[in-house]
Design a protein around this ligand. Structure first.
Ligand code: GLN
Length: 525
């Protein structure tokens, strides 16, 4: 069965993956390629539509990313967004210049053109997300201006006959109130797609593909307990059962109870019929990390030790046919001007795992999925919600949430503090939702406790203490590239502080880290 495809051509914009996700939300399959993709390759793929993304450059400058004019002559509908819109007009004979007034943020836009196609169902004025310094000062011949703002005469232009559309704003960003509708109009109506691509069929199809590829071969997977590798383990378990061996290395730097949770789900008493090996390497790691304070050195030790442990286990298993990796689409499409070079993501981000294992081929069944799609697949495969919606957790684990030397004792402190903190935040979030029917405006995208290397004097039960200070952190972010402090209600922080100090012996102070990124990072080391 031939499935409809819409191509996103990447000019380096920051929202490009969002564009592809929005297309998939219209139930149309979508892939991202760099603007360097050859036109012949595009023709061979026979897409139903093409979307040109935004980008940081000015298209009229020497050497700026561009594309051959032929793209607009294929008879395939093209939608240009921001840079893509500017480029389309420039290539087709319009004019693009530095705008006298740059627009950034939510801007009211007035629809001037027909409401039969791109703007079907869109009100006469609507709020959109703008982010540009340049503007189309003159639309290309054959184009009609179909929207404007106070400062932007060509907020959208179209050549209806050729099905070429350019919009200066970003419909993929949720701040554009009617963004989804506009993209839907393009993807489903203008491109005439059937909308038959569904995530539900992913699991079913993936199982078939895996079976066909693997045959009766053996597959090895390094299971970290994170979302991607867990979903992959569940998928492979369904597809090939006992032909799969999962090696789970507990490096003693996991969150509280996490090692046991992973074992409970994937181990003998769990619901999957696979070979599951848990390696309790805690002591090995602590021994290697003793006395080491420098963050980079710690990361390196943890990564190297992982390879060594995994290698030993792989030797016991012998030659396998396939090494499975939890690569997902954002790993494949590099941010920025990507879409062409595949990045192999290996367990714990150490790289080099394939060099140490004897196998014939790598399989990456999640390779085309976005994170939220991976989560959806996980739920369909019957994984529990707490696992599927787990927060991002760094490969080196608590090793980089403990400032300075890592010891078993400090790991226990940070695990306990972190557990309390997450429990209280989750509780407050649930309460807010129950009361207001919506998510709290301060809802953090990531929140965790770390352990500072500072010890200070306190007093508890009339006794002097000299203990560590826990650091609690909560950030709001869309892309994890930049982040700001989440405004956790003060009473929640007070409860957290009280509980940590009362319940975690060895911590006598709680600090709230309100640093944004940049200048800070989300993790502390
Ligand atoms: N760099 C272009 C401009 O400043 C396009 C910006 C964009 O695509 N967001 O206008």
């Amino acid at each position: 069965m031939e499935q409809d495809l819409v191509l996103v051509i990447d000019f380096g914009g920051q929202y490009n993956q969002l564009v592809a996700r929005r297309v998939r939300e219209c139930n149309v399959y979508c892939e991202i390629y760099s603007y360097k993709i050859d036109i012949e390759k595009i023709k061979a793929m026979n897409p139903k539509g093409i979307i040109l993304t935004g980008g940081p450059n000015s298209c009229y400058e020497e050497g700026a990313p561009t594309y051959s004019k032929e793209l607009f002559e294929l008879g395939i509908p093209v939608l240009g967004l921001c840079y893509g819109a500017q480029l389309m007009n420039l290539i087709l004979g319009g004019k693009v210049e530095c705008a006298p007034v740059r627009e950034y943020g939510k801007i009211e836009t007035f629809i001037d053109g027909s409401k039969d196609a791109l703007f079907a169902g869109i009100p006469d004025s609507t709020i959109v997300w703008m982010s540009h310094n340049d503007y189309i000062s003159q639309a290309a011949p054959g184009f009609e201006i179909i929207a404007h703002t106070a400062d932007c005469p060509v907020a959208a232009a179209a050549n209806e006959e050729k099905k070429l559309y350019s919009i200066q704003f970003h419909p993929e960003v949720l701040h554009t109130v009617m963004g989804k509708e506009i993209l839907y109009n393009f993807v489903r109506n203008i491109c005439q797609t059937s909308g038959s691509w569904k995530m539900d069929s992913f699991v079913e199809n993936a199982i078939k593909d895996i079976r066909a590829k693997v045959g009766d071969g053996k597959v090895l997977l390094a299971l970290s307990g994170g979302v991607d590798s867990s979903v992959l383990a569940a998928l492979l378990a369904k597809a090939i059962g006992k032909q799969l061996t999962c090696v789970f290395v507990d490096h003693g730097l996991l969150r509280k109870n996490e090692g046991d949770e992973v074992e409970e789900i994937f181990g003998k008493s769990g619901r999957f019929d696979i070979n599951f090996v848990r390696v309790n390497a805690q002591e090995r790691y602590y021994a290697k990390l003793a006395g080491v304070e420098e963050p980079e050195r710690k990361r390196k030790i943890i990564g190297e030790e992982f390879i060594r442990v995994f290698e030993e286990e792989a030797k016991k298993i012998g030659t396998v046919d396939f090494l499975a990796q939890g690569t997902i689409y954002p790993d494949v499409v590099e941010s920025g001007l990507g879409g062409e070079s595949a990045v192999i993501k290996s367990h714990h981000n150490v790289g080099g795992l394939p060099d140490y294992v004897d196998f014939k081929e790598i399989i990456e069944p999640l390779r085309n999925l976005f994170k939220d799609e991976v989560r959806k697949a996980g739920l369909e495969l019957g994984l529990p919600e707490f696992l599927v919606f787990r927060q991002p957790f760094p490969g080196p684990g608590l090793g980089i949430r403990i400032i300075g030397e890592v010891t078993a004792e400090k790991v226990k402190l940070v695990q306990d503090a972190d557990y309390i903190y997450r429990e209280e935040i989750d509780k407050a979030l649930a309460e807010y939702k129950k009361e207001h029917g919506t998510d709290a405006p301060w809802m953090p995208n990531q929140y965790f406790a770390a352990l500072s290397n500072m010890r200070s004097v306190g007093v508890m039960g009339d006794e002097r203490t000299y203990d560590y200070a826990a650091v609690v952190r909560a950030v709001r972010t869309i892309d994890f590239m930049t982040a700001e402090c989440a405004e956790i209600p003060f009473n929640v922080l007070m409860t957290v502080m009280n509980r940590i100090i009362n319940e975690v012996q060895g911590i006598n102070r709680v600090l709230f880290d309100m640093t944004s990124k940049p200048p800070g990072t989300i993790e502390l080391e």
